[in-house]
Design a protein. Structure first.
Length: 604
């Protein structure tokens, strides 16, 4: 990936960049679960066993072992899994189903990305009410504090995740140390909770409670929020620092949950469990721990936002998400990016959710549906990959994970009346945009019939021989050099604009995340050349530099723009998307003074 730094510094970075989300789950998970159960020893042992083994199976097995073994040059996420599946399946029904699952997975991930920062920040801010003298602080004041923190976080994004990781990594080291230390102190007072590490307590709890245990499972899922973001963030640092970082994070999380369980057994207090436990250990620790937790929840949100940028960028490169302006925030890491439009849409969503639900307790009752849905889709894609690769053991384990993730997903459906429909509502917006964009692009390409180069060349040669030619070089950006966009013959044949040198530029995105190759063919026709660029979908392509390396000094750059007009709702939406999407030419930062867009009106 081209990153420098010692193995230890990379692990510290991983704590700051990818483990924030799952690392702050102890703030709200125990309180959410306790809403559904009486704090008896049997229930607490069952709960702690469920949490511990859910962490072990979902994060350690599903994501750290299986999913991260399927990365592509260090990149992870749902789109990477789809790309791998695409290389193993023939076009047909199965491939179409995989595409649909991927789109749903991306939409659910976006829904998750809105709720995660909201619940993380809000749950930490609510700890203020435990400080003596602040017990009666109005809820609206807490909401304003949470909103200010969220706005500050999103304003900070433009600085880049590389700087963020260095800022946040050491803080997260302190956070996980505080979780582990406070957990151990609490465990010492009730060491019998260590028996809950046995999976038998989880099994007994489920058998004893039957269908009612699904309600508890819908809250237990909160302990693994961040698993999908952890995998999507993999490209920022690579697999190894994350695996080693998990070896630090997992024990700290388990100790914290066991400590909280021990505290509840001693006091029967199920409100704001983590902060109450800290206050119980020593009231002097509460304010420093609260400040630390607010910092940690900001980092938790950062992990999700970074993952969101990665997924959206991959989607743009794979042409399933409309292109947006991308800024590259690290000179060392090509995968560290900032997408302005995504950043502000996320902030709007986070603020909306904070003021709609107004408390972390309300949010926890709605949270988890998108998380479990994304987990299940990832498990399905992994099972297909292992099946096609004939990796039987991994296939069986991934298949078992589908069943486990499905149980979690079904359990979260019970949350729909309590606000979980917001997950569907939030996910529906990107789902509509993605589906409309894909269908619109297909429809557009069907209407704008490409001109085969075999048909184009005879007319071009005739025009080149007879027309007056403008001095200099013109570039024409085309999607496929064999099937040319209709704007090109419009410029040359209809408008009779012809330069001495005319170069067709084609940029093709490959299935691999990295790698750039170029090919300059100068023997097509008099004054006509082809410049091909093939690049990975996570590459930063400096087209200007590539052209200069080939000695190309263009005078003018042409590209096609489609203006969509329609009375049909879906195509109207597509027209709005097209109108508000920056042309791909802008995506490659070409000199604006040379660019000329050729508009084609399309009635759909």
């Amino acid at each position: 990936m081209g990153e420098t730094g010692s193995p230890l510094s990379k692990i510290v970075k991983s704590l700051g960049l990818v483990f924030g989300d799952i690392g702050t789950s102890p703030i709200y998970t125990m309180g959410a679960v306790m809403l559904f159960m009486i704090p008896s020893s049997f229930n607490i042992f069952g709960l702690l066993s469920l949490v511990t083994w859910t962490l072990l199976i979902v994060i350690s097995v599903q994501y750290i072992w299986l999913a991260m073994s399927l990365s592509d040059k260090g990149e992870g996420g749902t789109i990477v899994l789809k790309n791998i599946v695409d290389t193993l399946l023939q076009p047909g029904i199965a491939a179409s189903v995989v595409s649909v699952l991927t789109i749903i997975g991306i939409a659910l991930f976006i829904g998750d990305g809105v709720i995660t920062p909201a619940i993380s920040i809000l749950s930490a801010v609510e700890g203020i009410t435990l400080i003596p003298g602040f017990e009666g602080i109005p809820q609206f004041t807490l909401l304003l504090i949470a909103a200010v923190i969220a706005i500050g976080l999103f304003l900070f994004q433009k600085r880049g995740t590389d700087r963020v990781a260095w800022t946040f990594g050491p803080i997260m080291v302190v956070w996980f140390a505080a979780l582990a230390f406070s957990g151990v102190i609490s465990i010492i007072a009730a060491p019998q909770v260590l028996f809950a590490l046995s999976p038998t307590y989880a099994i007994d709890f489920i058998i004893d409670n039957g269908w009612a245990s699904l309600m508890v499972m819908s809250a237990v899922i909160l302990c693994v929020t961040g698993g999908e973001a952890l995998y999507a963030d993999m490209g920022h640092l690579g697999r190894e620092p994350i695996v080693k970082g998990w070896a630090v994070v997992f024990p700290a999380l388990v100790l914290s949950y066991l400590g909280q369980g021990a505290y509840v057994m001693q006091t029967d207090n199920t409100h704001n469990v983590l902060f109450s436990m800290i206050n119980h250990i020593n009231p002097l620790f509460l304010v420093p721990f609260l400040i630390l937790s607010i910092c940690a929840t900001v980092i938790a949100s950062q992990a999700m936002i970074s993952g969101m940028f990665s997924i959206m960028y991959q989607g743009m490169m794979k042409k399933i998400i409309p292109k947006m302006k991308v800024e590259y925030t690290s000179p060392e890491l090509r995968s560290q990016i900032y997408i302005d439009a995504v950043n502000w849409m996320l902030l709007f969503g986070v603020l909306l959710v904070i003021f709609e639900f107004q408390s972390s307790e309300n949010l926890s009752a709605a949270y988890g549906l998108a998380v479990s849905g994304s987990m299940m889709i990832s498990a399905i894609l992994m099972t297909i990959i292992f099946f096609k690769r004939d990796q039987k053991i991994k296939m069986l384990i991934a298949g078992t994970l589908i069943a486990l993730d499905a149980i979690f997903f079904i359990s979260t459906l019970f949350k729909i009346p309590h606000g979980a429909y917001w997950s569907f509502f939030i996910a529906t917006i990107p789902l509509i945009v993605i589906v409309t964009f894909i269908l619109g692009q297909d429809r557009l390409h069907a209407i704008l019939r490409p001109v085969p180069i075999e048909e184009f060349l005879p007319k071009y040669k005739e025009s080149y021989a007879n027309l007056h030619k403008i001095r200099g070089t013109a570039l024409y950006f085309v999607g496929d050099v064999h099937r040319l966009s209709p704007y090109l013959p419009q410029v040359i044949f209809k408008n009779e604009i012809l330069y001495e040198n005319n170069i067709l530029v084609s940029i093709q995105i490959t299935e691999k995340p990295f790698g750039i190759t170029t090919d300059f063919d100068t023997a097509i026709a008099p004054g006509l050349h082809i410049f091909r660029v093939e690049c990975g979908y996570m590459e930063i392509v400096d087209v200007v530099k590539l052209l200069q390396e080939k000695g190309i000094d263009e005078k003018t750059i042409f590209y096609g723009i489609e203006s969509v007009v329609s009375d049909t709702l879906i195509w109207k939406i597509y027209g709005i998307i097209k109108k508000n999407t920056p042309p791909f030419i802008q995506f490659y930062a070409l000199p604006p003074e040379k660019i000329h867009g050729v508009v084609t009106r399309v009635v759909m």
